[in-house]
Write a protein that binds this ligand. Structure first.
Ligand code: GLU
Length: 402
């Protein structure tokens, strides 16, 4: 026990642990204790890392790549990231504009640490990924939540956005395809947001982690294509966790103006030093080797998404926007709030997710964790059999509410 008068830092007291990781841990613990849990909680591909990538990681160890690397990551990997960006998007960046870090999440953490002063505001569209607001808070900034509407397919309404802008606005976070909604922002709304960002001088942070997992025909819209003059005030965040099923390797990166990357490197040099060396070589193999894996992922997800959305929409009074990217469905279950089970009122998404876990053995993430209590998130990065069984359980559990 700590001494009675010892208090933890205020910055820790103002944030909660990551709810996605917390539900995942709970589901795994229940399963280990023998419960027949279907886990739709955490977002990570259910495929294993491609064999040639694993081999490259092992080879790196055998080749002695077991020591510190440059703070920003090995230059070969930063070059490969630049080459990929040039090939996929036509954008030219130099390796000194890239920081490799311990997963996309860590990159975002470094960005906020590098740019925010106390009171600086960051616009975060909601539903948002669970970690953006705490990361902004941990950096001393203020998250400003901008609501997106289900009836608008969770796309931007520039007029609504304008209502949340203040002289303290410093940055905006864009995540398209979105976790948790799967929404892809339209070219028009990105152009409107980009114009506003350019005129006001905000930093635009694009979390592009799901860019390879897109169900739209043609090219995924991006704010830097919509407004190319944003180039000097944009940081692109990405990684191999989702596209190459490498969540445990912890490799992500940020690309942007040299001054910002340099500031982030200063922070990284004083915290992790560098991401794990063998993981960097594995990520290099992912980027420079065969590129068919992300397509295989997508092919596996397409039928699961179709089944899940249709089955959810078949439940009375449930609506579900068709996700255009990523691997989540985000149905609106609010018609079931206020109902009871054994006299216990289901008063929101936390209670409903708890109910689904305890009564149906289905693990999900409550919408409240994403700033949108009407919804529940289910990951479909799991087998079709699990999805079918899960949908039966969910449908039965909802029907049992009175
Ligand atoms: N991004 C994934 C999710 O939302 C991974 C877990 C996390 O870091 O939040 O489930």
């Amino acid at each position: 026990m700590l001494p009675e008068k010892f208090v933890l830092a205020e910055r820790v007291l103002q944030v909660a642990p990551s709810p996605t990781l917390a539900v995942n841990a709970k589901a795994k613990a229940l399963r280990a204790a023998g419960a027949d849990i279907l886990n739709f909680s955490v977002g990570e591909p259910d495929m294993t890392t491609p064999a040639h990538v694993c081999e490259a990681g092992k080879q790196a160890i055998d080749d002695g790549h077991t020591r510190y690397t440059p703070v920003a990551g090995i230059v070969e990997l930063r070059e490969a990231i630049c080459a990929k960006l040039k090939k996929d998007q036509g954008w030219e960046y130099e390796p000194d504009q890239v920081q490799v870090c311990c997963g996309g999440k860590h990159g975002l953490f470094n960005i906020f640490q590098a740019i925010l002063n106390p009171g600086d505001e960051v616009l975060i569209p909601a539903p948002y990924w669970v970690s953006y607001p705490p990361m902004v808070q941990l950096a001393g900034g203020t998250p400003v939540i901008v609501p997106l509407k289900e009836e608008n397919n969770f796309d931007f309404d520039p007029e609504v956005l304008a209502q949340y802008v203040t002289p303290k606005t410093k940055a905006i976070v864009l995540n398209s395809p979105s976790n948790p909604t799967g929404a892809v922002f339209s070219q028009e709304s990105l152009a409107a947001v980009g114009k506003m960002a350019y005129e006001k001088g905000w930093l635009v942070i694009t979390d592009d982690m799901y860019e390879e997992i897109s169900y739209i025909d043609g090219k995924l819209p991006h704010i830097l294509h919509a407004i190319p003059r944003l180039r000097d005030q944009i940081v692109l965040s990405n990684g191999v966790s989702k596209s190459f099923a490498m969540t445990g390797w912890r490799i992500g990166w940020s690309i942007g103006p040299s001054q910002i990357i340099k500031a982030m490197n200063k922070i990284q040099s004083q915290s992790t030093s560098n991401p794990a060396a063998p993981s960097q070589y594995a990520a290099l193999a992912a980027l420079t080797g065969p590129q068919d894996f992300p397509k295989q992922l997508l092919e596996a997800f397409i039928p699961r998404r179709a089944y899940f959305v249709e089955a959810l929409r078949a439940i009375p009074n449930v609506t579900c926007v068709n996700p255009m990217g990523a691997f989540y469905v985000f149905p609106n279950f609010s018609a079931y709030y206020g109902k009871t089970f054994n006299g216990q009122v289901i008063d929101g998404s936390l209670a409903l997710a708890d109910y689904l876990l305890s009564e149906a053995n289905v693990a999900s993430v409550p919408g409240a964790a994403f700033g949108s209590d009407d919804f529940i998130r289910f990951s479909f990065a799991t087998s079709m059999d699990v999805i079918k069984e899960g949908m039966e359980r969910i449908t039965t559990a909802l029907a049992a509410l009175q």
